[in-house]
Design a protein around this ligand. Structure first.
Ligand SMILES: O=C(CO)COP(=O)(O)O
Length: 252
C-alpha cells in the first residue's frame, strides 16, 4: 500500500539556530504524537547533517532540496547523490518549480537526477505542475503529461514505484491561492492513470502523489481526503510547528 506523507520544503529560509530549533520542536512533536502519515523535511543543504543527527532514529525523513545531475568532479556549488547518500539522507526533491523557473531545469535533467538517486537506493520526490497561463489555456493536463513522460517513463516498473510525485501547480505556490481539492484530485488521478496505462495499475497504485501549493492548516484535511492525494509538499506553512503539525493532523 502506498504511503501517506507530509513533507516540508523549507526552501531558502531560517538561519542555523532557527532551523535547529524547528528541528527540535518537530522531534518533540513526533515523539509525543502518533501520526497517520510519514513526516519528511527538506531543509537547506547546509543543515542536512544537523537534521540527520537530530532525527538519528529516523523519526523524520530528511531530504535534500536539489541534487546535481553529475556524479562528481568540477561542478562548483553542486551537491552529489553520493554525498547525501554518505551522510544517510533519504532522498531529494527533483525539479521543484523554483529550480525550473530560476535555474532553467528541464524534465530531461530531472530524469537523470531521478536515475542517479534510484541507483543509490534514495527516494526522488519529483515535482511537476503547470503555470497560470497553461492552466488558463486549458492545456494543463497536456503539460503534466509531457513532464511526467519525459521525467519518468524510461524507468522500469520497479524503479518508478520508488518515486514520489509532487503535483505543484505553479500558480498555487506561495500565492495563497490553493487548487481546490477537486482540482488536485483531477490531476492526481490523471497522473496515476497515465502510469497505469504505461505500466500496470498495481504499479500506479503503489506511488504516493503529493499535492503542493498553499497547503495550510485550514485546507489540508479536505485536500488529503481525496482518493488520489496521498499527502502534501508544504512550503511556507512548514516553517512554523503550529501550522505544520495541524497539517500533519489532516490525516487524523
Ligand atoms: O513549493 C511548495 C512546496 O514545495 C509550496 O509552497 P507554499 O506551500 O509556500 O505555497
Amino acid at each position: 500500500m502506498r504511503k501517506n506523507i507530509v513533507a516540508g520544503n523549507w526552501k531558502m529560509n531560517l538561519n542555523y539556530s532557527e532551523a535547529k530549533q524547528l528541528m527540535l520542536k518537530l522531534l518533540e512533536y513526533k515523539k509525543n504524537n502518533k501520526t497517520n502519515c510519514e513526516v519528511w523535511i527538506a531543509p537547506p543543504s547546509l543543515y542536512l547533517t544537523t537534521a540527520k543527527d537530530t532525527f538519528d532514529n529516523g523519526e523524520i525523513g530528511v531530504f535534500s532540496q536539489d541534487i546535481s545531475e553529475f556524479r562528481s568532479g568540477a561542478y562548483t556549488g553542486e551537491t552529489s547523490v553520493e554525498m547525501i547518500s554518505s551522510i544517510g539522507i533519504n532522498g531529494s526533491l527533483v525539479s521543484h518549480s523554483e529550480r525550473r523557473q530560476f535555474h532553467g531545469e528541464t524534465d530531461s535533467q530531472a530524469n537523470v537526477k531521478i536515475k542517479n538517486l534510484l541507483d543509490k537506493n534514495l527516494t526522488p520526490i519529483y515535482c511537476n505542475g503547470e503555470n497560470l497561463e497553461q492552466r488558463k489555456s486549458g492545456k494543463y493536463l497536456d503539460v503534466v503529461k509531457n513532464q511526467t513522460e519525459t521525467a519518468l517513463f524510461n524507468l522500469s516498473a520497479d524503479e518508478i514505484q520508488k518515486v514520489v510525485i509532487a503535483y505543484e501547480p505553479v500558480w498555487a505556490i506561495g500565492t495563497g491561492e490553493t487548487a481546490s481539492a477537486d482540482q488536485a484530485q483531477e490531476v492526481h488521478a490523471f497522473i496515476r492513470n497515465l502510469i497505469a496505462e504505461k505500466y500496470e495499475k498495481e504499479v500506479a497504485d503503489e506511488i504516493s502523489i503529493l499535492y503542493g501549493g498553499s497547503v495550510k492548516p485550514d485546507n489540508a484535511k479536505e485536500i488529503f481526503s481525496k482518493p488520489d492525494v496521498d499527502g502534501g509538499l508544504i512550503g511556507g506553512a512548514a516553517l512554523k510547528i503550529e501550522d505544520f503539525s495541524k497539517i500533519i493532523e489532516g490525516f487524523n
